[in-house]
Structures are given as structure tokens and as C-alpha cells.
Design a binder for this molecule. Structure first.
Ligand code: A3P
Ligand code: MG
Ligand code: MG
Length: 393
């Protein structure tokens, strides 16, 4: 039995799990096959309020505004209202999926995967990740895989006990978002000088509760997916699709070859994070170690692979897509061979463990009983019961 059982409903019946393994691609020798990826198409959006309550509005949508050069990303740090990091559940995404499914105007085909964008980014970039492992919880029902990140207690503790330097660097990212965004489109509504006492171009104090999220439909190989993720802002106007979405990033100013190589490795994550939601533009604020913005550069997402091609630390998106498709097929195969029991009294929950340099390990974590209640939350496995009842009707 795994000691760390957080995030999963109480174990009602334990079964010895047979571990199953998918080996890491051999980067030196692999010839990835071309895996088609369909242009993401937006299904629905939602916002989180300042109190982090989900609502199906665009209240948290922000517009891009050029940040001032020389801006200090350290501004406002003391005002940052930082909530402890907790496990991020799939519930809000399922609320969105449920709404879309109930819309008679847009019937959905069978969906193979429902996941937050961050989880898919981790899966796709794994072939080039040689440091950090991660865990997922997986359930399967009626042809659909549900993926949820499982942060270990250790990882949660790390996040909640960052040292002062890590904390201020994290803040710089949010401060950059403030300088780059406005609640109104350019030329409309308050902007410069609207915040008394704040530096020029400041877009309002950081509240990381507030997020605008897009839920898209796409397809990797022959697996249809619904993916949800935060979108930092839009450029110009919001079209109802993903074509004006902008991802904001900060990075240390590049001063030498080592910095350049480090930045190029980071671009892999920038690339897939944006690619998966159909975000066409990434605006990077280069900063000094003390958080002063030195340059701002806009990148076209689709051009990033060409930027690193042929470099010593190059990454190939085809390797990632090929691997991603194999991971999804593998997980479906595992789930199909160990179905829920006939009377549906117990439903398998899987734990996927990514071990850098090795591969993916899957085991059956527990069988969720239909009577599971976790921390006062009514769930079947990790799915909220209200959702389970909708899909199990
Ligand atoms: P930067 O990416 O500019 O460093 P996102 O880029 O996904 O929109 O996230 C916004 C900011 O949240 C990041 O800005 C970073 O400051 C913080 N952040 C996101 N993921 C993080 C992580 N895994 N660890 C620490 N900070 C993170
Ligand atoms: Mg973001
Ligand atoms: Mg960002």
C-alpha cells in the first residue's frame, strides 16, 4: 500500500497491482513517426473570481498591453496575497465539460482524454525531462481517460516552503503579467496611471486567484481530447477562438552561450504549453536577476521548433507527439484490460509514475468503492460524484 494516498478516495478493496511499464524513447536512435495534431478549437471559457470561485463568464479575460522597459518586477511583492498550494483537482474542468455536453447545438463525439493542459504538457515533454519526475491519477470510463496530476506530499511541501529567492522569482512572473495586461482593450478604459502610487504601466495588484481559462477540443493521432488551461491575455480583441491568445513568460536576460542553451531548453515547455491550447504567440520578458525588465520579445509558437533545430540542446516536437500518442494508447490498453467489475461496485484508479531517464510505470492504486467519501467530498475515485452520475447514467 502506498503511504501517500492523498487525493484518492479511501480504499475499500485492495488488490495487488501488477505494475506495467512503458520505456522512455531512446532519443539517440528514435525515428519518430509523424503524428497528426489537430488545430485546437475552443469549446467554452470560464473565469475564477478574486475569491477563486469558478464562474462561466469572461470576467477574468485580460488584454495585452506593452510593458514598459525597465519595469521593476519586484514592485508590489509585499501586497502579494499568497494562498498555500494545494492539490489541483479536475473538478472545474469537468464543470466545463458537463456544460458543453449539455449543449444540444454542439454534440460531442467520443472523447478519449479529458485533462488540464499542464498534465498534457508534462506528458509530452517527458522525453527531454531528465530531472523531475511526476505522478498522475488516471480513471477510465466509456472510452474516456481522465488524467489528474498527483502532487506528492513532498512536492506540496516544497512549493509551500520556497526560500525567499524562489518566492520572489515566482512573483516576478506574476508582476510581468500585471505590466502586460489591462482589463480593457488598448485605448479603452483605465490603464496608465490608473493605480495610485504604482509605477507606470502597472496593471493592478497580483491576485493569483483570478484566472481566465479556455477549454478546447483537439486530437492527437486518433485520440480526441478536451484540454483546459489558463490563458494569460488576448492581443487586440477576443474573437471567441484561440487566434489572439497570448502566453506571457519571464526569463533571465541571455548573456552567454550557457544562458542561451538554458533558454532554448525552456522553450520546449513554452512551446507545448501554448501549442496544446492553440495559443499562437508567446511574449517573453527578459529580466535581470533583480527583476528589472531589459527586453521584451514576441515569439510565434509554431516557429519555436525551427529556432532550436540543429542546436546542441535541440528538441524535436515530433519525438514528443509520438511519445504522447504512445502514452495515451498505453494507458487506454492498461485500463481496458482491467475493467471495472461487472456490478460496478468498484472502479479502478491508476497511478502513473514518470521516472526521468526510465519511463512510465502504471499500477492499479485502488478500487474506488461507489460509496467513497474523501475529506467530506463525495467522489468516485477522484471524480466528483455529480459528474460520475452524469457519465454513468
Ligand atoms: P513565468 O513563467 O514568467 O516564470 P504561466 O507562465 O504558466 O502563465 O505561469 C505564470 C507564473 O506563475 C510563472 O511566470 C511563474 O512565476 C509562476 N509559476 C507557474 N508555474 C510555476 C511552477 N511550477 N513553479 C513556480 N512558479 C510557477
Ligand atoms: Mg498563465
Ligand atoms: Mg504565463
Amino acid at each position: 500500500v502506498l503511504a501517500d494516498n492523498g487525493g484518492i478516495a479511501s480504499q475499500t478493496s485492495k488488490q495487488a497491482a501488477e505494475p506495467t511499464f512503458l520505456a522512455y524513447p531512446d532519443l539517440a536512435n528514435s525515428k519518430p513517426s509523424q503524428v497528426p495534431f489537430q488545430q485546437p478549437s475552443q469549446l467554452i471559457t470560464f473565469s475564477y473570481t478574486p475569491e477563486h470561485v469558478q464562474e462561466f463568464t469572461d470576467s477574468a479575460l485580460r488584454y495585452f498591453a506593452d510593458p514598459p522597459l525597465g519595469a521593476s518586477l519586484a514592485y508590489g511583492y509585499e501586497l502579494w496575497n499568497r494562498k498555500p498550494d494545494t492539490r489541483r483537482r479536475i473538478d472545474a474542468l469537468l464543470q466545463a465539460v458537463s456544460r458543453v455536453r449539455k449543449d444540444p447545438a454542439r454534440p460531442l463525439p467520443e472523447i478519449g482524454v479529458v485533462s488540464w493542459r499542464g498534465v498534457m504538457t508534462k506528458i509530452l515533454t517527458a522525453p527531454y525531462e531528465n530531472r523531475e519526475g511526476w505522478d498522475l491519477n488516471v480513471m477510465y470510463h466509456n472510452g474516456t481517460l481522465y488524467l489528474e496530476e498527483h502532487a506528492s506530499e513532498e512536492r506540496l511541501n516544497e512549493k509551500n516552503n520556497m526560500n525567499a529567492r524562489q518566492r520572489s522569482q515566482t512573483y516576478y512572473g506574476y508582476a510581468f503579467e500585471s505590466y502586460c495586461t489591462s482589463e480593457a482593450p488598448a485605448g479603452k478604459g483605465p490603464r496608465k496611471g490608473a493605480y495610485p502610487g504604482a509605477p507606470s504601466g502597472w496593471g493592478g495588484d497580483v491576485n493569483t486567484n483570478v484566472q481566465w481559462c479556455s477549454v478546447v477540443r483537439t486530437k492527437l493521432g486518433d485520440t480526441r481530447m478536451i484540454i483546459g488551461g489558463e490563458v494569460d491575455c488576448v492581443r487586440g480583441k477576443y474573437t471567441g477562438q484561440t487566434d489572439t491568445f497570448v502566453e506571457l513568460k519571464t526569463s533571465l536576460t541571455i548573456r552567454g552561450q550557457q544562458d542561451e542553451a538554458r533558454f532554448e531548453r525552456k522553450l520546449l515547455k513554452f512551446y507545448f504549453q501554448s501549442f496544446l491550447l492553440g495559443v499562437p504567440e508567446i511574449v517573453v520578458g527578459f529580466r535581470t536577476p533583480a527583476g528589472v525588465v531589459t527586453t521584451v520579445q514576441s515569439f510565434k509558437t509554431i516557429q519555436l521548433p525551427r529556432l532550436v533545430r540543429g542546436k546542441p540542446d535541440a528538441w524535436d516536437p515530433l519525438v514528443c507527439l509520438d511519445w504522447g500518442q504512445r502514452v495515451l494508447t498505453f494507458l487506454k490498453d492498461v485500463a481496458r484490460t482491467r475493467p471495472q467489475d461487472e456490478n460496478r461496485h468498484s472502479i479502478p484508479v491508476w497511478r502513473v509514475r514518470f521516472v526521468p531517464g526510465s519511463g512510465l510505470n502504471v499500477e492499479e492504486l485502488n478500487r474506488a468503492g461507489v460509496e467513497d467519501v474523501e475529506n467530506g467530498e463525495d467522489r468516485v475515485g477522484f471524480l466528483p460524484r455529480w459528474y460520475w452520475e452524469e457519465i454513468d447514467a
